[in-house]
Design a binder for this molecule. Structure first.
Ligand code: HEM
Ligand code: HEM
Length: 213
């Protein structure tokens, strides 16, 4: 039916996404100013940039904990279970074959897993960089290299993610799901056929479907 909407992300899921995205962007910006000599020279104030970088890392962790504690944890648990399950359609999709997809396609599931793993690795290497300045037993030559490589890879992933979510005409409608919480049912049927079908069956049986909160 034209104009029909499907609830896509709860308020809690959106809050986790935007907290993560904003912290990542400030960390990337301040990190690049620490890393690139030309930017470091332009900005000039290295101690301030370092403070911004470290304070953002702490604020990132605190904000995520707050969202998880006060938010709708059951929707987050369901999302984690969903991301953790790759069925035959997901495997076919990853092999480049056409296959109907759930709420997140297999590429998005991989992106979510990499994002979570990288957040942990950024945290561990960042903590070692910080603590290594205070206690030389925790200073390892590889730590900064790993931190830098995580930055390169996540920067490239982020550019691809940004292109798909705000520029590519076929996928940019997804931004509505991450800002307002819902998407057009026709778009969902085209891109996430299994999810749209499940949603409609649940709706017709009057079962609880995810609400826009
Ligand atoms: C929990 C998260 C993080 C913590 C605790 C952390 C901590 C640190 C610390 C202590 C440094 C060394 C600063 C210095 O002495 O010059 C550093 C450098 C840096 N960080 Fe992070 N960081 C985190 C996340 C990130 C993220 C998400 C990015 C980018 C996406 C990033 C990019 C960088 C870069 C590019 C440098 C400069 C490295 C170099 O000079 O080779 N960091 N970080
Ligand atoms: C201005 C920046 C960003 C925009 C406009 C944006 C937009 C979006 C949108 C629209 C979705 C939902 C996709 C869908 O419903 O199909 C999404 C999901 C997601 N975003 Fe972002 N995002 C941004 C930054 C980031 C950053 C910096 C990260 C991580 C470092 C990130 C990680 C994710 C993940 C893991 C998902 C779920 C899986 C996926 O859709 O790939 N996002 N984002």
């Amino acid at each position: 039916m034209a104009g029909e909407r499907l609830a896509r992300f709860t308020r809690t899921e959106r809050a986790v996404h935007w907290v993560h995205a904003s912290a990542f962007l400030v960390l990337l910006g301040s990190g690049l100013c620490l890393y690139l000599p030309s930017l470091a020279e332009l900005v000039g104030r290295r101690p301030l940039l370092k403070t911004i970088h470290l304070d953002t890392a702490i604020a990132w962790l605190v904000a995520l904990v707050v969202v998880v504690v006060v938010g709708d944890r059951s929707s987050l648990r369901a999302t984690v279970r969903e991301i953790d399950m790759f069925d035959r359609d997901d495997r076919n999709w990853l092999r480049g074959r056409s296959a109907p997809q759930g709420r997140l396609n297999a590429g998005q599931k991989l992106n979510a897993i990499i994002t979570a793993a990288f957040a942990v690795l950024f945290g561990i290497t960042g903590l070692l960089l910080w603590y290594g300045e205070r206690d030389t037993r925790f200073r390892f030559a590889q730590t900064i290299l790993i931190h830098d490589w995580l930055m390169y890879v996540s920067f490239v992933l982020f550019l691809g993610h940004l292109y798909l979510s705000v520029i590519h005409p076929k996928t940019r409608h997804a931004l509505n799901g991450m800002t307002r919480g819902w998407v057009d049912a026709d778009w969902a049927r085209e891109h996430h056929a299994k999810w749209a079908a499940d949603h409609e069956v649940a709706d017709s049986l009057h079962l609880p479907v995810q609400k826009v909160r």
